[in-house]
Design a protein around this ligand. Structure first.
Ligand SMILES: [Zn+2]
Length: 102
């Protein structure tokens, strides 16, 4: 992913984290990334954890990379699901696997 896309998603993820904290957890938090991250770290909430994990991946520059095949995940997939970790073809493979195990 290009660095301008990474910084774009960095802002979107921080904003989403803050929204969760404010609306769902009724936390008062400033708009700064550091403030949001600190507030999020005081909760053990899976949705928050996913977003914090996404931020770490943005910082490492590996956000938007499929964790299985390392291909880029399409931007529109990430926009729909900020915490997407798999490209569409791996996602499909995972679904097929879990369906057949039922
Ligand atoms: Zn993949």
């Amino acid at each position: 992913m290009k660095s301008e896309d990474l910084s774009k998603f960095d802002k979107i993820v921080v904003k989403r984290l803050r929204e969760l904290l404010v609306s769902r957890l009724k936390v008062t938090v400033g708009e700064g990334k550091q403030q949001v991250l600190e507030a999020a770290s005081t909760f053990d909430n899976p949705d928050l954890n996913e977003l914090v994990f996404a931020l770490h991946r943005i910082e490492k520059g590996i956000y938007g990379q499929c964790v299985i095949c390392r291909h880029d995940i399409p931007i529109n997939v990430l926009e729909a699901d900020l915490t997407a970790r798999f490209c569409p073809s791996c996602q499909t493979a995972i679904h097929e696997k879990s369906d057949s195990s039922r």
